[in-house]
Each structure stands twice: as C-alpha cells, then as structure tokens.
Design a binder for this molecule. Structure first.
Ligand code: DPP
Ligand code: ZN
Length: 855
C-alpha cells in the first residue's frame, strides 16, 4: 500500500464551493445524487479527481449533460477532464447501508441510518475530493419512509420538509458555514429528543436536542447538563460563542470512535451519552461530561478552524483534549483530574512512544490515517498545549488562542499556524518548542539536588535525553518546563516560591541560596512536562513529600515513585521491602486534611503495565507476584484502617457530588485491600455491598473485587449481574470487561469461552472492546506463558479485519510490544504477528500496524 507523506502536500487542484446532496434513503438501497460546483484552483491542466471507496458511478454529468466517455475510473477514484474553470458536476451512486460493516460512510445501527465521515468516510457516500482543505457550503435533501424514519437530521438549519406520496417524507437542511466533508453528517430514524435551550453571551437562543430511542430519554439529563455547562465554559474561558441556531446530538450503538463533532449534529457512541445512577458509574458520568465537552469545543477548535491535512490532526485533537481536560478540572477536583489524566497518559501514550508505533504528534507519513487517532496525537498533543500555556502564562496564552481563532476562522490551518499565532500574540520565540511537534519519544530527565546539610545553598543538576524512535535515531534537546520547589526537611514548608525552570539543553544547573534549612526537591509538580523523571531522592525523601508537599499532584507522585522503587527493587531481588510504603500509606489514610477522592488515588499501587514500562525485559509473572505481595502486605498491616475507612465511607443514599464520588471511590479501594488482607469475611462484605448498592459504582466496585479473588460468591455475583442487566448492552459490556480484566482464575479460558457467549459479537465495537480490548491490556492473562492469549487476540484480529479493519487494527499494539518481553514470549508474539501478516486480503489498516510492529 502507498505511503502518504507530509512533505508531499499540495493545495487542491479543484475547489468545491457548493455541494447539494440528495438522499433517497433505504437500508438496502440508498440513492445519492451529488451536485458539485467546482472551480479550478490556480493555473494548471489537471483533471478533476474525485475520491471514491467501494462506490461506482451510475451516472456522471457535467454542466447538465450526461457524459459517457469524458470520465474514467482510476482505481477507486473518478477522474473527469474539464475544459473551463467553473463547472457543475452531477454524480449518482447507490449504497447499501445495512451491509456496511466498516461503520464508515452511511451505515445502519439499531434501526437507524447514520454517518461517520472522519477521516475518509465521505468518499464511501459520494465522489468528492475527500481532504480537509476543501471547504464547501452544504445543502442536504433527505427522503425516506415516514414510519420507519420519522426523524431526518443533518448539519445546520432545517429549512424545509413535508410529506410525500407513498408514505414517504422529506427534509431539507442547509449549513451556512463552510466545512470539510469529514464534518458532514446525517441521521434518519425513530428517535425522540430531550430538548432544551441555551442563551449565548450575545443573547442568541440556541435550540438543543439530544436524540435517542424514546425509552432512553430519562438517561440523557447528565449529557444535557454537560452540554450547557460546556457552552457557558467556552464563552467564559476562550470567548467562544456557538454559531448556529440548533445544536443536535444523536446517540448510536454501533460506533468506531467515542463521538464525532459534525457541524451542528454531533453523533455519539451511546456509551458517552446514556447514564443514570443504576447503570452508569461515576467514571462513566465523568467520561460523558468530558466527551460532550470535547465534541462541543471542536465547534471552534476543529470546525471553524479545521486542519489543512491529516498530518495536522493534533492541531484540533491535542488542543481540544486540553480544553476538555481544563473543563473537567474546573467542574470538580482539579488535582484528581490531573492524576487521572497522567495515569491515562502513562498507560496508553508512554508505551506507544517507546514502541514500534511511536510517532511525533505531527507525523511525517502514514499508510492509513485511521491508525493515527492515537494517544500520542490526542493525549501527548494535549500535554504540548498545556506546556505552551505554562511557558507563556495565562494571559499570553489566551491572547494567542484569540489571535489563532480570529486569523484562521473559516480556514484549514496547520500546527505551524497555531505556534505562529502564539508567538505573534506573546512575543515569545518558540523555535525550540517546535521540536515537541517533530520529535517522538518520551524525554528522560535526570535531576539531582546537592545541598548543604543545614541549608544555605543548593545546586540542582538537570540533564535530558530523548530516546531514539523509528525513523529518528538522534534527537535534539527539548525545552522542558519544570515546576520546581524546595521544601524544608524539618518544617515541611516551601523554602521560597515555586520556580518555573525550562530545561532547554542537554544539561543545565540551577543554584538556590538563602535556604533556611536543608531542602527536599519537589520537581515536575503538576506533571508540568510529559517526561520520565529520574532523581536520586531517597525513600525517606519520597515519604516526606507524600506527607508534606503542598502540591497535591506532587504528593501523589512521590507516593507512586516510592511504591515503584519498592516494586522494582522487589522484581530485581525477589524480596519486597515494604516498610516505607506501609508507613506512607498509613500516613495518607490518617491525614485529616485530605479528601477521600485524593486518598483513593494516592493509595493505589502503580499498574502492572506501568511497572513493566520501567524494565528492559518484562516478566509479567514476576511483576504480578511482587505487586500482589506488596498489596497483601498493605492489606494485612493496615487491616484495621481499611475496615474503619470502609465503614466510614459506607455510602448512604446516592448523590452525584464530588464528595460522595470520593467516598465511593475510597470505599471500593478499601474493599479491595480488605479482600487481600486475610479477613475471612471479605466475600460476604463484598456481596453485601453488591446487593445493597443503589448505584453502579458500588455494584461494579463490589463485583470487581469478587471477580479478582477466590470465593464461592464470585460466580454467584457474576451470574446475578448478567441476569439483572441482560437487556442493557452498555451494562453487559461491563460484565464482559470485569471478567476480561480479572486477576484471579483462568482468565484466558474464561475469555475464550466468553467469545462464544450468545451476547458476544465482533460486529459491535463496544462489545469487541469490552472483551478483547480489555483482555489485551490484562498484562498477566494476555501474556499467559502458553501463548494462548496471543493466539486468541490474533484470531480476533483476523476475524474482525474482514468486517471492520479500523477495529481490528486497534488490537495490534498489545502484540506489537513483543521486543520488551522475555525471549519465549517474544517468539510467541512475533509468530502471531507473522501469522496475521501472511493472511490473504489483509486491510491496509492492519497491514500498517503489523508490518511496523515487526519492522
Ligand atoms: N474527531 C473525533 C474526536 O472528537 C474522533 N473522530 O475525537
Ligand atoms: Zn476530538
């Protein structure tokens, strides 16, 4: 397959200022007529080239005359020779939405017809120059059977509609804003709306609608609240006002992504819309608010200013993730939100950046763009924007975003445009900062503080290296912003104000003086830079910081580092020196100044995968054993405390407030420790929580603890959960996931059996992820020494690839990390990758991921 390169970008030969689409909708045979006003862009003699994918023209006409020989197919593309500079092109195609299993283009889901066009799905609907720098004004006419499809939605404003003969009806929508075709959307189906309204800062009234099956209407309140909060927040924080009179959201069950920001008509995976206390966890509630905000914020960062080409994807995604993270931080506990975001970055992005699929946030090449909707583009991209804001300061950053939106409104822009706007608005020189866009790999920073024992002066030595990544053997030093403070070793008080130190070279030194006592180093506070940090701080220093650092993130991080050092030493030596961890955890559990949500995060051990990341050669069994041993020790040594905390946080009646959420979190964490403490009543405690719970957080918290341990109550609860929720697919996903993530029992065997369960299907991305996606990140079970876990996932990749290549390709990275494992597992993993690569008819999605992983 062809490699697309960033350096090959050329402006489009032809522009399409206007497009009129006419859909005669039918699940089996939909007719699409497209009328394109095309205009030659610049002086050239190139023909008009319209992308297509699995479509064939039924007719082609130019300026009203049907053509028979002036067009030709070049592979999937339609090529037309045109004499003049302006023409009207009309094409007709026929689609079969109900057999479209790729879920790209127009497809059927649960009786609805809906679309997904990002990145290159529009070419599966009609012939068009499918690239984000071709911006058009859309008019969309839809007609369909009125009984089956009473609601007809598209982008922009509803301008006309009515009944037609034969039980059919139509609707006409017009979007006044220019947009790239990846933001086109339509939905037809039997839907009901939760309607509301929002008054913008300039006093305009916006009609809001969240469209779902009518039975799901009661589960849309939280999403609606989040939408209104997002609209107000973007006005306050970025000065961005909504621009159309209508904003609609539709929830669908079969969806490749989380959601899609189509102009004025967001389409969502139903898991990011539907929630009530009985079926959704606190985590689900938070994710819903975050994704609703994310898609809404795209209206400016993505839609009004879009991307010139797909190499610029992080321009809209990194910035928009940063915006949704800020929003969520403002809604609840900023410290806990930061902890969660960093945990997600370390779980998904750090391994990616250290493996065969590493790429800069602005990649140089791709085979299939869908493979680049990655944690690097999204989450590392957000970290880059966060660093810009830190370096420039709040005001200059806001001046920069204002200038960016004003200068590029209605345009398809580049990452370079964004950085230039930041420079122009702030006067800063960001020449070196641009390396964050160009270089892949997580920088490693070493920090060492040498101080006089009684205070006075101290010297901080810093150095950095950026590891080699595929295609980038040598790297330049990055500008790394480090928030640094020194705390008094006696008093625990900050010795002077926090400093922002930008490490811009391979090595550097910073001097501190006038210190009134011996200092302890607190560095990369708030995770100010996305790096791996190595310091020579002792266990005592880390324990001290975990008890005294006024920066909550730094406090959490000190505890994590202390735990990690202990675990890594355990893996090396075979014995776990748990004393300082036990002491530090006790300290945290008994500190009256800390809130439950923070404590619940701080006392969790680093994940097996994160421990593995630190090692040159991974032995999953050794890691799991050492981690389990430390967990058991914490459970046993602090048994009374866990019991007391469990009792104290016994939830009363369900409330969705930050403090109630924190209590639920800490309670389930405590239950987990009680289960490994040797307490003989743990299982009945868990079963009681499971039975009495009035919300899904407590229910699944108890079920998870039961599933991860041995007890007769385990099977009882799993069977009960299935019976109780068998009618609710989003909850049954949790049932599959809980078992796929189990740390107890024959998880490989269970997962193989679940793959034949009548409720399992590879056709639905949520269900596939709930079992296979979850299993592939269960470090111990997936890496079962027999290789059965690898074989299972490889079989799934091959089966899914025939239906939905995007979904199949997402399963590759777990296998792709083979180089990090001990030799036997390496061989088994490689063999499965080769088996996939040798399969006939592989999609380019899977081909790219597998060949790069083996490469
Ligand atoms: N652009 C979507 C998002 O918001 C993904 N298709 O992330
Ligand atoms: Zn996005």
């Amino acid at each position: 397959p062809a490699i697309i390169r960033r350096e090959d970008y050329r402006a489009p030969d032809w522009l399409v200022p206007e497009i009129a689409l006419d859909f005669r909708l039918d699940p089996a045979a939909t007719r699409v007529t497209a009328r394109l006003t095309v205009r030659r862009n610049g002086v050239h003699t190139h023909p008009l080239r319209l992308d297509g994918d699995e479509i064939a023209p039924l007719s082609v006409s130019v300026d009203g005359e049907e053509l028979h020989d002036a067009w030709r197919m070049d592979g999937p593309a339609l090529v037309i020779d045109l004499a003049g500079d302006d023409h009207l092109i009309e094409t007709e195609v026929q689609l079969s939405p109900e057999t479209n299993s790729k879920l790209m283009g127009l497809y059927a889901s649960g009786g609805l017809l809906c679309t997904q066009c990002e990145a290159e799905g529009f070419r599966r609907i009609t012939f068009f120059p499918d690239r984000p720098d071709v911006l058009s004004r859309y008019t969309v006419r839809m007609e369909a059977d009125q009984a089956a499809f009473p609601v007809l939605l598209s982008n922009g404003d509803h301008v006309d509609g009515g009944e037609l003969a034969g039980g059919r009806h139509y609707a006409l929508w017009r979007d006044p804003f220019l947009k790239p075709c990846y933001l086109f959307a339509l939905v037809a189906g039997d839907l009901a709306a939760n309607r509301d309204s929002f008054t913008t800062m300039s006093g305009r009234n916006i009609d809001l609608g969240i469209w779902v099956r009518s039975a799901d209407l009661p589960r849309t309140e939280h999403a609606m609240d989040a939408l209104k909060a997002s609209m107000a927040w973007d006005e306050r924080t970025y000065g961005r006002e909504y621009d159309l009179a209508v904003f609609n959201i539709v929830a669908v069950d079969d969806f490749n992504f989380g959601a899609m920001e189509n102009k004025g008509l967001n389409i969502f995976n139903s898991r990011y819309i539907l929630a009530d206390p009985e079926t959704a966890t606190d985590g689900d509630y938070d994710a819903i608010a975050g994704v609703v905000a994310h898609e809404y914020f795209h209206n400016w960062s993505g839609n009004r200013v879009t991307c010139r080409d797909w190499f610029q994807l992080s321009l809209k995604e990194g910035f928009t993730v940063f915006r949704d993270q800020q929003f969520s931080a403002d809604q609840g506990s900023a410290a806990v939100k930061r902890i969660e975001d960093v945990r997600a970055l370390r779980a998904a992005q750090f391994p990616e950046d250290a493996g065969p699929l590493a790429h800069p946030i602005r990649p140089e090449s791709y085979i299939e763009i869908t493979n680049f909707y990655t944690a690097t583009i999204y989450n590392k991209g957000a970290e880059i924007i966060r660093m810009l804001k830190l370096i420039l300061g709040e005001e200059a950053f806001r001046a920069g975003t204002d200038l960016y939106f004003e200068r590029h409104d209605g345009q398809a822009a580049t990452c370079e445009d964004f950085v230039t706007a930041m420079e122009d608005a702030s006067g800063a020189d960001l020449t070196h900062f641009r390396r964050w866009y160009a270089q892949a790999g997580t920088p490693r920073v070493k920090a060492s503080l040498i101080a006089e024992p009684t205070g006075g002066r101290a010297r901080l030595t810093l150095s950095q290296t950026v590891p080699p990544t595929p295609g980038q053997d040598t790297k330049q030093p990055m500008p790394i912003p480090l928030r640094v403070a020194l705390l008094g070793a006696q008093s625990g008080k900050p010795l002077g104000p926090e400093r922002l130190i930008v490490l811009d070279e391979a090595e550097s030194e910073v001097l501190f003086d006038g210190l009134s006592e011996a200092p302890v180093l607190s560095i990369n506070r708030g995770f100010s830079a996305p790096i791996c940090l190595e310091t020579d701080r002792s266990a005592a220093d880390l324990a001290f910081l975990s008890a005294h650092d006024p920066d909550p993130f730094a406090r959490y991080e000190a505890m994590q580092q202390l735990m990690l050092d202990t675990l890594l030493a355990g893996v090396r030596t075979g014995t776990v020196e748990s004393e300082s961890v036990v002491k530090a955890v006790r300290n945290t559990l008994t500190d009256p100044g800390l809130d439950a949500a923070f404590v619940g995060e701080a006392v969790l051990l680093p994940s097996e995968a994160f421990i593995a990341e630190q090692l040159d050669e991974i032995d999953p069994d050794a890691i799991a054993e050492v981690r389990e041993s430390l967990r058991r020790t914490l459970g046993t040594e602090l048994a009374d405390l866990w019991q007391e905390i469990y009792a104290r946080n016994r939830a009363n009646r369900y409330e969705y407030t930050p403090s109630a959420k924190g209590s639920r979190r800490l309670r389930s964490v405590a239950l987990g420790y009680i289960a490994v403490s040797g307490d003989e009543d743990w299982a009945s405690l868990a079963l009681t929580q499971y039975r009495d719970a009035d919300n899904m957080t407590d229910t699944i918290g108890a079920l998870g603890v039961l599933t991860n341990n041995a007890a007769p109550e385990r099977e009882q609860a799993l069977a009960d959960f299935y019976e109780r929720y068998r009618a609710d697919p989003l909850v049954i996903d949790k049932w599959f996931t809980t078992q796929a993530l189990a740390s107890h029992g024959d998880t490989v065997g269970t997962v193989e059996a679940l793959a034949t369960h009548p409720d399992f299907t590879i056709a639905n991305p949520n269900r596939l992820r709930s079992l296979v996606g979850a299993f592939a990140v269960n470090q111990r079970a997936f890496h079962d020494p027999s290789g059965r876990g690898y074989r299972f996932v490889a079989d799934m990749v091959l089966a899914v690839d025939k239906l939905n290549p995007q979904a199949a390709a997402r399963l590759i990275p777990s296998l792709g990390r083979w180089r990090k494992f001990e030799p036997k597992r390496q061989a088994l993993m490689q063999a499965e990758l080769r088996r996939i690569l040798d399969a006939p008819g592989l999609s380019k999605d899977v081909f790219e991921q597998v060949s790069k992983s083996l490469g």
